[in-house]
Ligand binder design. Structure first.
Ligand code: G6P
Length: 620
């Protein structure tokens, strides 16, 4: 979703802004733009700041469309702001792209989030004579700042922000104020990067890492003022704050496709390593237990927790659904899983005996953030499993575990899903070993975990077979995915992968529920993907598959054994290695990720950036 990058220093700003936008591209967006103030004089009387040009360049579509415009790219400018936009108010278009400007085209604003009272502000400003150009909520900020500006941009921004309700991360520049970028955060992440005689800011530290690892994470209602030779941070009462500079300890992951055609394919193939990284240093084989340093400060509280509520969105939600079975299997906790966006409407009794666990790749999904803020307010212990280091969720949680999976760029999550499953297993094992789980059981789980990366490698060796199967199925317009128990979430995640990137309708269902509705859809043109491992659900799964067969439905099965009955009913079959039932979904999802990928590829879809989707969803 929307991304912000800002620069203030001595280097040419435009290449840095464009490079930053490219590093934000993975988030998903539909237009992009930047604003800089041209250095030097343009009037006859030599240098005259008051006449400096505010250059705003915007384009619908990708950042390379912005570059292809070639307008303004060679401007001599050493400070500026830039943005990738994912439309909320007003369609994707050049005029709605950010930066938005005031009437005099001197003030430029980029904004993530939503201004909830923009309509009333717009009416008020129009009545005062302000002329609006776009349909965005963002434009009101530029006009409000214009309204309050006398000669101090900082004061004008403070006054404007006082009038705004909603969530935002904002950056503002003024053509008459030399080398000053003002950043404000409320509810939408903003981080300041401290470079060598230069300052940067972004909504995502990923955009800053080529320039600095020194970060200051702004909290809500804080304002950062970046100049060319100093910066300061204040609260909205105009009081100066001393904020800690944190060193972003991210491993230097390469953000390129490493020869793969798409990031998604690369990330699917990275899973043996991301699974290994999720476990690295976190297993004590000799004691049949896991060790999660990030949870140590809260371990005593966690041992006495009676209920665990997992909150998340999208693929992370399906990982949570599977987490329910994993925690239930290994611990004595009562487990609930809730969509983060629904959590706030529940009337749940949360107290200090309850832990709320947020799962999030990006660490900044707005609904997940809102859910854990609510949980904190009510006194629950708040934990996180997050991939993106230092992000908003990691700052709010009481404790947590990082995935250490490296950046995931493809919008459709793959390696983080399997990594989230591994880490939930480690967490459940950690708690479970203080409860009923024996050393032997713990050791069995650990042995199975250790074998996983090689088993994933084995599946990936068969990618060509899955590609052929995908080719056979690519003409269908609807799919049903079914599974039971541990593989019910696998069915939902498999279906989600297909719809996200191929735009084919697919539903994931608990196999037992099929006869209560979806079976009416089944005919020879409505195939089913059945996840049918050889476990206690096998017989019932076979019965469900028979019911589909009896209605001429085609069946593609994913299984972990050569079961003659499954072979007989299935039109196609993918066999994956066998592991213990709680970990089997980690292996079962891999062919389904590849299946979705190859169908989307055959259909010529924009796999890494599917239409309308965003990697980081920063609006509720
Ligand atoms: C978006 C992404 C999904 C992701 C979901 C939750 O919808 O496209 O891939 O699963 O957000 O994101 P999170 O970063 O919180 O895991």
């Amino acid at each position: 979703m929307c991304g912000i990058i800002c620069y203030c220093g001595k280097k040419q700003a435009i290449p840095i802004l464009i490079n930053g936008l490219k590093r934000l591209e993975y988030r998903g967006y539909d237009s992009a733009g930047f604003a800089v103030v041209e250095n030097g004089a343009i009037g006859k009387n030599g240098r005259n700041n008051k006449n400096r040009r505010n250059i705003v360049v915007k384009a619908k579509g990708r950042v390379d469309h912005l570059e292809k415009k070639k307008i303004g790219l060679d401007v001599d400018a050493t400070f500026g702001i830039a943005h990738t936009r994912w439309a909320t108010h007003g369609k994707p278009s050049q005029v709605n792209a950010h930066p938005q400007t005031d009437c005099a085209n001197k003030i430029s604003v980029v904004h993530n989030g939503i201004i909830e009272n923009y309509l009333e502000l717009k009416e008020e400003l129009m009545a005062k004579g302000h002329v609006f150009k776009s349909e965005t909520d963002t434009e009101v900020i530029a006009h409000l700042v214009e309204e309050y500006f006398e000669d101090d941009l900082e004061i004008a921004v403070l006054k404007a922000v006082e009038r705004l309700s909603g969530t935002f991360g904002i950056a503002v520049i003024h053509a008459d104020i030399d080398h000053q970028v003002i950043i404000v955060k409320r509810g939408s992440p903003m981080v300041v990067g401290i470079g060598d005689k230069e300052y940067l800011a972004a909504s995502d530290s990923n955009a800053l890492t080529p320039y600095t690892k020194k970060m200051i994470y702004l909290s809500d209602d804080e304002i950062a003022v970046l100049n060319s030779d100093e910066y300061h941070i204040k609260n909205l009462r105009n009081e100066t704050l001393e904020k800690k500079i944190e060193i972003l300890e991210t491993r230097d992951y390469k953000v390129d496709k490493r020869g793969f055609e798409h990031y998604m394919l690369k990330e699917i193939f990275e899973q043996p390593v991301s699974i290994e990284n999720a476990m690295r240093g976190r297993i004590i084989e000799s004691e049949g237990v896991s060790k999660l340093g990030g949870l140590e400060p809260v371990l005593d509280r966690l041992k006495n927790t009676r209920q665990l509520i997992i909150v998340s969105c999208g693929t992370s939600y399906y990982a949570g659904l599977l987490g329910r079975y994993i925690f239930e299997h290994l611990t004595e906790l009562n487990i609930e899983v809730e969509l983060a966006s629904e959590f706030r409407y529940r009337r749940l009794k949360l107290d200090e005996d309850v832990a709320v666990l947020a799962l999030s790749q990006s660490g900044e999904t707005a609904d997940t953030l809102a859910a854990i803020k609510e949980a904190k307010r009510k006194g629950a212990l708040v934990l996180g499993i997050v991939n993106a280091v230092g992000t908003a969720i990691t700052q709010i949680t009481d404790a947590g575990v990082y995935n250490h999976a490296g950046p995931e760029i493809g919008v459709a999550s793959t390696k983080i899903y399997t990594s989230q499953l591994v880490i939930q297993t480690l967490m459940a094992l950690l708690i479970g070993r203080y409860q009923g789980v024996s050393f032997i059981e713990g050791s069995e789980i650990i042995n199975a975990l250790i074998r996983l990366p090689d088993q994933v490698r084995e599946i990936l060796k068969n990618a060509d077979q899955i590609k052929e199967i995908a080719h056979k199925y690519s003409r269908y317009k609807n799919f049903l995915y079914i599974g039971r128990l541990f593989n019910y979430p696998t069915a939902m995640e498999g279906a989600l992968k297909l719809k996200e990137i191929s735009y084919i309708h697919a539903e994931g269902y608990a196999a037992g529920e099929m006869k209560h509705g979806p079976i009416s859809l089944i005919d020879r043109n409505f195939p089913t993907v059945a996840i049918v491992p050889d476990d206690l659900t096998l017989d019932k799964m076979i019965s469900n598959m028979q019911e589909i067969k009896a209605r001429n439905g085609k069946i593609l099965s994913v299984t972990n054994a050569n079961v003659p009955q499954v072979e007989k009913i299935s039109n196609d079959i993918i066999v994956v290695p066998r592991t213990i039932p709680i970990l089997q979904p980690i292996l079962n999802i891999i062919p389904l990720q590849l299946f979705a990928y190859y169908i989307a590829k055959e259909k010529g879809r924009d796999i890494d950036k599917p239409r309308n989707l965003a990697k980081s969803v920063t609006v509720e």
